[in-house]
Design a protein around this ligand. Structure first.
Ligand code: BGC
Length: 762
């Protein structure tokens, strides 16, 4: 059953609203005089120096102001919709409407307010009557499927700019939870199953966002890998497994993106809530990785004052989601009574201020009086999201060269998926409302319920196809399966859409909505020249696969996704996406064939044993078990062909470099993604091989390029818990150049000496 846990949580907060003391609602009184000098405003100093100057001037109550986050959506409105039971909180008047949060600054000292918005695909709006309409990137999963660092950066830079121009200086983007569970309803927000790919792609997005002098988060730290019982489950795994997988993804994302904040997750971790977990927050993040930013809680993820503060949480977010205003009055009491040291409060403030200085919040302040939609260049931004979509749409199957649609085709029949109206988006807090509104107004119960409304962006694939072919293009809505099959008969090509709406708060079955499988089956029986276009959050099963000629995975392709899709289908561009996630052939292949937990029992404190697969997530698990996936990690076809030559691997100065030449041997310009996998011959890893690196290269027919990929040494070693080091065993290692995780490709052997790296991989 799909239920809105988020709203259930809001409801449970309702009973406590009357006990909230006044300071939960109001900023610290600004009775103090402004200092004569504010040396910290001088930007020609290090962030560290500025923080120390400022901390000296701050009163304790001003420090408390920084650690306490408000929710910035209207409780009264949500209440009228039945979303919550009787809780009427009002957002601070300085906050931005229908947004995720607000934290007061200290005007006396020039500390700016923090205006917070979700999320990774653009400037989201919380549910309500007046959402802001913004450019929408494709899902995080699609961006990961581009394997294109530059596209990830540019997408981040674009949405960060829209966030800034919308008045926000904190963007809650940067979702890097690995796909341990292909049914996870939020997989669409994340970067796939591999720590290197996800870490780099999400890191690049964060770097792009922060290039606008606003803060980005990385989230949800850590192992928030399923939505079922997400507020109560315990994600259990060993230190070694975590360091080589989920934590490694965060480590890469932080190294690449330098996010100013980390969001601790809803779930428990080895029994303890992630937001009060000393190991996660203080030992790993702040000590081992020397992270200098701050930890904010997820909305509703704070469960205590003293344990959370002492474990290393720095800021309570969206307090009405929690059972108490833990980091307001209660934190003051805890400090006054000696349970939380004043130094810890200083450290919280120091980290938040450092993040603000280091990112540019002081030096490039937001001026709310100039905020206007008119400042946003929506036409330019549409091109950015379109380019991202074009890079991440994956051609999974293409028999008899059914795609691209032949120039000689006389009749094309397009069926289902509201392809005449628009393209699908994932649901939940990350929901961005697109320009032009919802192309298919939601008539389901989700119209008024989180994580709805089910939303389509008005960039119709049908119109895009029509504009690019001389063929007659007929549309059938697919509701009547028999009639759709009849319409398909005799067409030169049939393009049938299958959709799976996924969203925050519930997990998905790996299948299409609205009887999509039966529709595709019937259409394929009527016409073998059937192309399936999928819009899904992640992997789905394809019971009809042998019957169809071609399959295109379009994920959730964003607000210019219809145009991008049409360009791929008609061959204006060659598809170049590669799967960032394994598509399983059956549930029995998964580490947990049955999903743990039960969403109809939101208080269930279930234990999820992630030591079953440990660090062997996705393709690593499939390799280990000898399972044959439906489609492999890294797989994706092109309208061209590529040859690889001159593969060489050398290890010099502790750096493994792999070079090779890629040649476009086909007839059209196209991009390829050569992948480097590494395997030990004697050392024992969690799985036979790991992705060691990749590149993406665009080539005209006949042209070649020589590329060099370096392999991060952590990917050649194993993490040793007792010594907190990465150990590379001496011996031979196979270095393969391949087109996917199941392609044998070609390989060379390299001999590595024994080596020990510190916890940071240095
Ligand atoms: C989500 C976060 C989001 C926050 C604020 C939570 O439900 O898990 O990803 O940033 O809400 O909207």
């Amino acid at each position: 059953m799909r239920i809105s846990i988020k709203l259930a949580l809001l409801a449970s907060a309702a009973t406590l609203s009357f006990t909230l003391p006044a300071q939960a609602q109001t900023p610290a009184p600004a009775a103090l005089a402004e200092p004569a000098q504010k040396p910290w405003l001088n930007a020609n100093q290090s962030a560290d120096a500025r923080v120390e100057q400022l901390l000296k001037e701050m009163t304790q109550s001003e420090k408390f102001t920084l650690v306490f986050g408000h929710f910035a959506s209207d409780g009264a409105w949500l209440n009228t919709r039945g979303d919550i039971n009787g809780l009427n909180w009002s957002p601070p008047k300085e906050s931005l409407h229908q947004s995720a949060g607000f934290v007061y600054g200290v005007p006396r000292l020039g500390i700016p307010h923090q205006w917070l918005t979700d999320a990774g695909v653009g400037v989201a709006s919380q549910r309500g009557p007046n959402p802001r309409l913004r450019t929408v990137l494709p899902s995080g999963m699609l961006t990961a499927a581009t394997w294109d660092r530059d596209l990830a950066f540019k997408g981040g830079a674009m949405i960060g700019k829209e966030a800034r121009l919308s008045g926000f200086n904190v963007q809650l983007a940067g979702g890097v939870n690995l796909v341990r569970e292909p049914r996870n309803g939020r997989n669409f927000e994340y970067g796939g199953e591999d720590p290197l790919l996800a870490g780099i792609m999400v890191g690049e997005q964060i770097r792009g966002i922060q290039s606008n002098n606003i803060i980005s988060t990385v989230k949800h730290y850590s192992a928030n890998a399923q939505e079922t019982n997400r507020f109560t489950l315990s994600a259990n795994m060993s230190d070694k497994a975590a360091r080589e997988s989920d934590l490694l993804a965060f480590q890469f994302a932080i190294e690449v993106g330098n996010p100013a904040s980390v969001m601790c997750a809803y779930n428990r971790y080895n029994g303890v809530y992630a937001c009060e977990h000393p190991y996660l927050l203080t030992e790993v993040l702040k000590t081992d990785w020397n992270y200098k930013g701050y930890v904010m809680s997820d909305w509703g993820a704070t469960h205590s004052t003293i344990p959370a503060a002492n474990a290393g949480m720095d800021q309570q977010s969206g307090y009405p989601f929690d059972k108490s205003n833990y980091f307001a009055g209660p934190l003051k009491e805890a400090v006054d009574n000696g349970f939380v040291k004043p130094e810890r409060l200083d450290d919280m403030a120091r980290r938040i201020l450092w993040a603000m200085f280091n990112t540019g919040l002081f030096d490039k302040p937001i001026d709310q009086t100039t905020v206007s939609d008119a400042n946003i260049d929506f036409a330019a931004n549409a091109k950015v999201t379109q380019a991202d979509a074009e890079g991440g749409i994956v051609l999974l199957k293409n028999e008899r060269n059914l795609l691209p649609i032949a120039a000689t085709a006389k009749k094309v029949v397009v069926i289902g998926g509201h392809a005449d109206k628009g393209v699908l988006s994932g649901g939940g807090s990350s929901q961005v409302y697109g320009l032009g509104g919802n192309a298919v107004p939601d008539t389901s119960k989700y119209a008024n319920e989180f994580p709805g409304p089910i939303t389509y962006y008005p960039d119709a694939p049908l119109a895009g196809i029509r504009a690019r072919t001389k063929a007659e293009v007929v549309f059938h809505d697919g509701k009547d399966v028999k009639a759709a099959a009849k319409a398909a008969r005799g067409a030169d090509v049939v393009i049938v859409f299958g959709s799976q709406w996924t969203g925050e708060s519930f997990d998905a079955e790996l299948k299409l909505d609205h009887g999509g499988d039966a529709l595709i089956d019937a259409v394929a029986r009527a016409n073998s020249k059937t192309v399936v276009v999928l819009q899904t959050g992640g992997p789905v099963f394809m019971p009809w696969l042998p019957k169809v000629g071609a399959v295109v995975e379009a994920w959730y392709p964003g607000s210019s996704g219809g145009t991008a899709l049409a360009r791929v289908l008609t061959g204006e561009i060659s598809p170049s996406g590669r799967l960032p996630v394994t598509f399983p052939a059956s549930l029995s292949q998964l580490p947990r064939p049955k999903l743990d937990g039960d969403n109809s029992k939101p208080d269930l404190r279930v234990d999820v044993n992630y030591d079953i697969e440990g660090a062997a997530i996705g393709y690593k698990w499939f390799d280990l078990k000898g399972h044959k996936p439906l489609f492999a990690f890294g797989h994706g076809l092109s309208y061209s062909t590529f040859a690889y030559s001159d593969l060489k691997a050398s290890n010099a100065n502790g750096k493994l470099s792999v070079s090779f030449t890629v040649t476009n041997t086909g007839k059209v310009e196209a991009a390829d993604v050569p992948q480097v996998y590494v395997s030990p011959t004697t050392a024992k890893w969690e799985a036979p091989k790991r992705l060691g690196g990749w590149d993406k290269v665009n080539l005209t027919p006949g042209s070649s390029k020589t590329l060099t990929v370096t392999v991060d040494p952590r990917l050649l070693g194993s993490y040793d818990t007792p010594s907190k080091t990465w150990k590379i065993a001496a011996g031979d290692y196979k270095v393969s150049l391949a087109k996917s995780a199941t392609d044998a490709g070609q390989s060379v052997t390299v001999t590595l000496p024994e080596r020990t790296l510190n916890v940071q991989g240095k």
